[in-house]
Each structure stands twice: as structure tokens, then as C-alpha cells.
Design a protein around this ligand. Structure first.
Ligand code: DER
Length: 241
């Protein structure tokens, strides 16, 4: 963990605002735990007047545990932006496009990221790929949040887009039946062949997936010629110990 702790510390030192921010976004997963610990150890003048916006139950509990004030994203006042959103990632390519959603919070993470002035990712060095969908880096595919009744239809459509395997994410030991997101939706994990290099490859796939009726959101956080869709401005990687 010390590698991830160092990466998290670096991200906070470099990108937490030097004057007290009004709003900071906090993602989900295991790496963000180190980011929040670093933020909590900052001078209290930098955090006491800040509202921290969580991206799920675990994110919220983490902030509460550090006595950091919470604000749900739907209470962000109109016209306000989040100074910086910090988060993890499941796979990051050479252009910093990401696959996110391993923690089933991708919708909340993306609705926070798109309302932030700056999006910073902290990840283990093992998440780095040349292009996304590299099996050795992140084998379980692109998480896609879908309206429950649509999952058979979306599954079929994903195969026509070139998916090689599509799984309805199970609830695991937690329950008999599928994982249900905080938004009451199902998750499909869609494995695609390793993406080729080239501009707009991620954008094109993302747009095709988003165009399927029943898809609420997907775990591709990217940028392209048509604009920015959640790609982090910077990423910090915990290097090998
Ligand atoms: O679901 C996500 O995108 C989370 O950020 C998460 O997958 C990051 O994972 P980790 O920080 O536990 O490696």
C-alpha cells in the first residue's frame, strides 16, 4: 500500500487547492482511502469549510470516518462547480482514458467528475495499459449501468458492437441475484478485444454503447474530438515498492 499512499499524497499535494475550496469530489474504491487520509491530514483551514461530495456508500462512510463534511451531488447549488474530484480507476490508457466501475459506482463517479473543474485519478501502476480493454490489465471488461428490464436487449446489442463476453454482474455472496447499483440499476460487464491505437477509438465505442436503448451510463471516462467525457486531467500511479 505504501506505493499507493505515496501516489495519493502526491496527488493531494499537487492538486488539492492551496486556498480553502468550497466543494471537493471523492470517488470510490481502495485507493481513494489513501487520498482521503491525505486530505484529512492537511491543515484544518483547508478542509473545515469544504463540502466533500461522495460517489457512493463507501465513499460517504470514508468521509464520515474522517469527520469531513458531506454534500450529496444533487445539493450542489446551480452554477457551482467542484474544484477538484479525486478518484480511482480500473484501467488507464496512454491518453489517460479510463475504464471505471469496478466498484459499481460509475454513474455517481461520472456525474461528479463532469461537474468538477479538474479530475484527478490515483491508481496502482498495474492499471496502466497502452490501450483500453487489455485483458492482462483489466480482464472483466467495461462496466455498463442498465435499466434492469433492458439487460437482455443491451447484452445482445453489445455483442453486435464486438463484445466477446457480457456478464450480468452477480450480487455474489451478498444476495441471490444480480448486483443492484445505488440507482436501482443492473450492471453489465462487457469484454471487448483490446482497443486499437488511434484518436477517437474510445469515443466511438463509448458513443455506440451509450446509444443502446436501456444504457444509463458506462465506465468509459474519456476525451475525444467531440469533447471531454470524464477523462482525468492527470493520473498518479503507485509505482512498485
Ligand atoms: O469503480 C471505480 O471506478 C473505482 O474507482 C475503483 O474501481 C478503483 O479501484 P481501486 O482504487 O480499488 O483499485
Amino acid at each position: 500500500n505504501s506505493a499507493k499512499q505515496l501516489a495519493a499524497q502526491g496527488a493531494v499535494n499537487d492538486h488539492y487547492p492551496k486556498s480553502p475550496p468550497k466543494y471537493i469530489g471523492i470517488g470510490s474504491g481502495s485507493t481513494i482511502v489513501h487520498v482521503v487520509a491525505s486530505i484529512a491530514s492537511l491543515d484544518k483551514s483547508l478542509t473545515a469549510s469544504t463540502k466533500f461530495i461522495p460517489t457512493g456508500f463507501q465513499s460517504k462512510q470514508l468521509l464520515l470516518a474522517h469527520n469531513l463534511e458531506i454534500l450529496d451531488i444533487d445539493l450542489l447549488p446551480p452554477g457551482e462547480t467542484i474544484s477538484v474530484a479525486f478518484d480511482g480507476a480500473d484501467e488507464v490508457d496512454s491518453q489517460l482514458n479510463c475504464i471505471k466501475g469496478g466498484g459499481a459506482c460509475l454513474f455517481q463517479e461520472k456525474i461528479v467528475a463532469v461537474q468538477a473543474s479538474k479530475f484527478v485519478v490515483v491508481a496502482d501502476f498495474r492499471k496502466i495499459s497502452k490501450t483500453l480493454c487489455t485483458p492482462s490489465t483489466w480482464p472483466s471488461g467495461i462496466p455498463i449501468e442498465v435499466v434492469p428490464s433492458s439487460y437482455p436487449y443491451v447484452t445482445a446489442k453489445l455483442f453486435t458492437l464486438g463484445a466477446t463476453n457480457v456478464t450480468l454482474r452477480p450480487g455474489g455472496k451478498a444476495k441471490a441475484g444480480p448486483c443492484v447499483t445505488d440507482n436501482g440499476n443492473f450492471l453489465l460487464d462487457a469484454v471487448f478485444p483490446t482497443l486499437p491505437e488511434g484518436n477517437d477509438v474510445v469515443q466511438n465505442l463509448a458513443e455506440a454503447i451509450k446509444g443502446i436503448v436501456g444504457v444509463v451510463e458506462h465506465g468509459l471516462f474519456y476525451g475525444g474530438s467531440k469533447g471531454w467525457q470524464g477523462r482525468p486531467e492527470v493520473a498518479y500511479f503507485g509505482m512498485e515498492d
